[in-house]
Design a protein around this ligand. Structure first.
Ligand code: AMP
Length: 289
């Protein structure tokens, strides 16, 4: 049978193999873009691969479910893993290489080094409810950037706080890489695509789809002059009445600093939400236009 995988990207699992590929490309003067992921790929991830292809000659996707960014009781064990399916999707986007290291490679026996981004960027939003999350993210992204040494690394605005944290760490460590953010990809009803949407029942999916609508309504109300805390409190009530089980946070913050915004003014305000449907935690964010 003719394989659909003729142009499937090679999968490498060690930094040495990765460097062999990268070294060949660098020697040929080719630029590279890294798209870090945890796999279970969807259009959101693939849009970042396309952005990579537009910006660089070679695109490397990493697939690694990073244990240190999950808290106790979170979904590390059950997180979807589907390498062959992911590889096909990456093949059809023209991705050049997959870096899928093993956990022991990223965290060798006795590993004792981690990267912490301190300060206001991590002391709010997801940083409060997932206290070790950003140290896990900062540590793994630093390792991936060191292993790959790409010209560009691309992250989605879906995880907007993560993107800001990574910009900070790259600036602070002086890493020679350009960080690009890609826009949030949504389904036809505006639900931000996420690998975790697969956990939702049909009924929960319908509720999940109301989140972006309520956020858009709230953003428009704030832009139209309604008091921010009043608009946010109303929205929380609407979401809870609409079937969400718990609101982790719903806040308006400055898009660059993530400092709280009490009234729209200078700078760009952004709405941030994290909500629970059963044990599934969903996040979304959007500008207050
Ligand atoms: P993950 O596999 O969830 O760690 O995500 C890998 C990268 O894809 C991160 O930079 C995410 O922000 C990005 N991403 C995930 N979902 C989306 C989406 N719906 N739209 C754009 N980027 C996304």
């Amino acid at each position: 049978m003719m394989s659909m995988m003729t142009n499937a990207p090679a999968i490498v699992t060690t930094p040495e193999e990765l460097r062999r590929h990268m070294g060949r490309w660098k020697a040929a003067g080719e630029t590279s873009a890294l798209v870090p992921t945890m796999g279970a790929l969807h259009e959101g991830h693939l849009s970042l691969v396309r952005l990579g292809r537009a910006e660089a000659r070679r695109v490397i996707a990493s697939i690694f479910v990073n244990p240190t960014q999950f808290g106790p009781g979170e979904d590390y064990e059950s997180y979807p893993r589907q390498m062959e399916d992911d590889r096909q999707k990456l093949a059809s986007e023209g991705c050049d290489l997959i870096y899928a290291p093993r956990a022991q490679t990223m965290y060798p026996e006795g590993a004792a080094t981690s990267v912490h981004v301190d300060g206001p960027l991590t002391q709010c939003l997801c940083g409060l409810s997932r206290p070790h999350h950003f140290a896990g993210v900062a540590t793994i992204v630093t390792k991936l950037l060191v292993h790959t040494a790409p010209d560009i690394a691309i992250f989605g605005e879906k995880d907007y706080q993560q993107l800001q944290v990574i910009r900070r760490l790259v600036t602070d460590l002086g890493l020679p890489v350009r960080i690009l953010g890609g826009p949030i990809m949504r389904d036809e009803e505006g639900l931000a695509l996420s690998s975790r949407n697969a956990y939702l029942s049909e009924e929960q999916l319908a509720i999940a789809r109301s989140l972006n609508k309520e956020m858009r309504r709230t953003a428009a109300r704030i832009a139209g002059g309604v008091d921010i805390s009043e608009a946010l409190e109303d929205a929380e009530q609407v979401l809870l009445r609409g079937g969400f089980d718990r609101i982790d946070y719903l806040e308006a913050r400055d898009a660059a600093t993530l400092e709280p915004v009490s009234r729209p003014g200078k700078g760009q305000a952004r709405l941030f939400a994290a909500v629970f449907l059963g044990s599934t935690r969903l996040i979304d964010n959007m500008p207050v236009a």
